[in-house]
Design a protein around this ligand. Structure first.
Ligand code: SF4
Length: 264
């Protein structure tokens, strides 16, 4: 076990993600009609577009100031059709945690269980993350957890739905929502869990091994630390590898907790 629990969030006005729009499971050929988007959540003020330099810098408007709460954000996310992934997912999976958490963790995308429940990090990788957070001495209830991409991307394999990595376009399109999440929650530290989250937050592709644990600056100026996604640990076959990499992961999270203590 780690140190005594560190409260890294205010935890007094928590807004928990509630699952978004309900829905049914759909196969890849069962295309739903696009739901109507809210009238104003995509409004773009003049002068907020940036010049295209590469796919990360594609024209991307500043998130609309009309979304002023996490509940309004969840509502807008549930109606999102900014990329095709909403068609085959059961429901959107919004971020979840205290409204003003000091620590935000961003994963890649929801998995099968998250897609069915509408909550982030409730599947096997989420259980690994919960354990690592605990062992790092962080109070899990004070952490805002979310994903870079809010709908589950998958492909059929028999009766199973296998995770499929989101592409650059989908990551870029969905960045809109995490931009708003960060603007609302205003975390003091954002942890990118894996390469997809790192790319979304930093605006460039990075090699995890090269930047792991460093204090980086996100595209909006926020402090970002990159580490592995907990699903990586599930894919390791050798017990010794699992133990070594899990210990490194916990050490990364401990270092994040220490940074927050210093900043308090
Ligand atoms: S993955 Fe993101 S951008 Fe694509 S439809 Fe879902 S919420 Fe919208």
């Amino acid at each position: 076990m780690g140190e005594a629990g560190v409260d890294v969030g205010l935890g007094v006005d928590a807004e928990q993600g509630g699952g978004g729009r309900g829905g049914h499971r759909h196969g890849p050929t069962d295309r739903r009609a696009a739901p109507a988007a809210p009238a104003d959540f995509r409004a773009v003020r003049p002068g907020t577009r940036t010049r295209r330099r590469n796919w990360f810098d594609m024209d991307h408007p500043t998130p609309d100031a009309a979304i002023t709460s996490l509940s309004a954000l969840r509502e807008a996310e549930a109606a999102c059709t900014r990329c095709p992934l909403y068609r085959d997912a059961t429901r959107v999976v919004p971020g979840e945690g205290p409204a003003h958490a000091r620590l935000m963790m961003v994963g890649e995308q929801p998995g099968d269980q998250e897609d069915l429940s509408g909550r982030p990090f409730v599947g096997p990788a989420g259980q690994v993350l919960d354990r690592a957070i605990l062992e790092a001495g962080i109070d899990r209830k004070t952490v805002f957890v979310t994903n870079a991409v809010k709908h589950f991307k998958w492909e059929p394999r028999g009766k199973r739905r296998l995770h499929k990595k989101p592409n650059a376009h989908e990551i870029e399109r969905c960045r809109w929502w995490n931009d708003i999440e960060r603007a609302l929650v205003r975390p003091q530290l954002v942890v990118a869990l894996g390469a997809t989250a790192a790319a979304s937050l930093l605006g460039r592709s990075v090699t995890i091994g090269r930047v792991r644990g460093e204090l980086l600056t996100g595209r909006d100026g926020e402090p970002v630390v990159v580490t592995i996604h907990p699903s990586y640990l599930l894919r390791l076959r050798e017990k010794a590898d699992k133990e070594r990499e899990y210990a490194r992961f916990v050490a990364d999270l401990k270092a994040c907790a220490a940074r927050l203590r210093q900043a308090a």
